[in-house]
Design a binder for this molecule. Structure first.
Ligand code: UDP
Ligand code: MG
Length: 329
């Protein structure tokens, strides 16, 4: 019996295995935007090959329109598209986590489907990644496409968050950023369920670089983020990142307690020396209302933290997957 051997090394040119980039695209009722998104993405991604192979991972966050149908019809033509369907609408933060869970890339980039995060900065992000950055932030240098109210409230949020948190978030950086696999694995290992991803991205550390872009208006449809949703996200971010709001009340309580003691001493002494004065109805009502309000405010803040403990100990999953499609499922 003869053994046939092949000399593979003789004429094979060494080809470095392609790195994989996963674009995580959360979608909620976005059927009109899918086509435009894929059309804008195609030339950028083909520019990256063969060095980088891309997959587009849509996370359908419980859409009730034709979003799933639209994605699946594009999937029949393009094997690089994958789809994770969630069982209902869980919100963008949870959808992003589902994306991180299912992404196979050596690097991932969460990106909105409405083209407000421009695909043409992706090659610059990849370049910074290849120079060694583990996180590449994309910072908005022009937000004139956002309303005045959104810009002002966002600026106020970053100011409050960064004043309270030990791990400041870069302002004007959204979820659109490049995350290396090492960072993704750290994020996936974190157990907390109520998340503001931007705050966690800032917490993990690692070498960080940035690119800049101008944020344009939505390509179609309208934003699903209303004031209450944004307010809830802001509170979740602050409560999840710092316990300083609790500590502040320790100091406020101490100062008010000392002031009350001084005032009590003053009243005690002046009554002894001058006798009983006309009772001060106005000041009494004012003090009762002020202290009542402060008490309720402090209890409310305490309640926020207790509510957060309840959501965490319940250990419900952040999202429920209904089905997974593409790349051999
Ligand atoms: N999105 C989502 N789940 C939601 C709300 C939004 O997956 O519950 C997606 C949406 O389809 C889009 C991205 O998150 O791809 C950003 O949403 P939107 O444009 O409404 O927010 P904005 O840009 O106004 O902050
Ligand atoms: Mg948008």
């Amino acid at each position: 019996m003869s053994i046939v051997t092949f000399d593979l090394a003789a004429d094979a040119t060494p080809v470095a295995p392609a790195l994989v980039l996963t674009l995580i695209v959360p979608v909620f009722n976005e059927q009109a935007a899918i086509g435009a998104f894929l059309t804008a993405m195609a030339p950028i991604l083909s520019q990256l090959t063969p060095l980088i192979r891309s997959e587009i991972l849509f996370v359908n966050d419980g859409s009730t329109d034709g979003t799933e149908f639209a994605i699946r019809s594009y999937m029949t033509r393009d094997p690089s598209i994958r789809l994770v369907n969630l069982s209902r609408n869980f919100g963008k933060e949870a959808a992003l986590c589902a994306g991180l869970e299912h992404a196979s890339g050596d690097a991932v980039i969460p990106i909105d489907v409405d083209l407000q995060d421009p695909p043409d900065v992706i090659p610059a992000m990849i370049a910074k990644w290849q120079q060694g950055a583990r996180i590449v932030n994309a910072r908005r240098i022009d937000r004139s496409s956002d309303t005045w109210a959104k810009r002002t409230s966002a600026a106020a949020f970053y100011r409050v968050f960064n004043a309270l948190s030990d791990h400041p978030m870069p302002s004007n950086v959204g979820d659109f950023r490049l995350l290396d696999r090492q960072v993704v694995d750290v994020l996936r290992s974190m157990g907390e369920r109520t998340r503001l991803n931007k705050a966690l991205f800032a917490w993990v550390g690692f070498q960080t670089d940035e690119v800049t872009f101008e944020r344009s208006a939505r390509c179609s449809g309208k934003s699903s983020m209303n004031v209450w949703r944004l307010w809830g996200m802001a509170l979740d971010g602050i409560i999840g990142s710092t316990t300083k709001p609790l500590r502040i009340w320790t100091y406020v309580g101490t100062v008010l307690g000392l002031l009350s003691l001084l005032y009590a001493t003053y009243i005690f002494v002046s009554t002894l020396l001058l006798g009983v004065d006309v009772p001060g109805y106005a000041s009494l009502v004012l003090l009762v209302l002020t202290f009542g309000g402060l008490n309720l405010f402090a209890v409310g803040i305490l309640g926020e933290y207790i509510g957060r403990i309840l959501t965490e100990v319940r250990e419900r999953p952040m999202f429920v997957v209904r089905s997974v499609h593409g790349a051999d499922d």
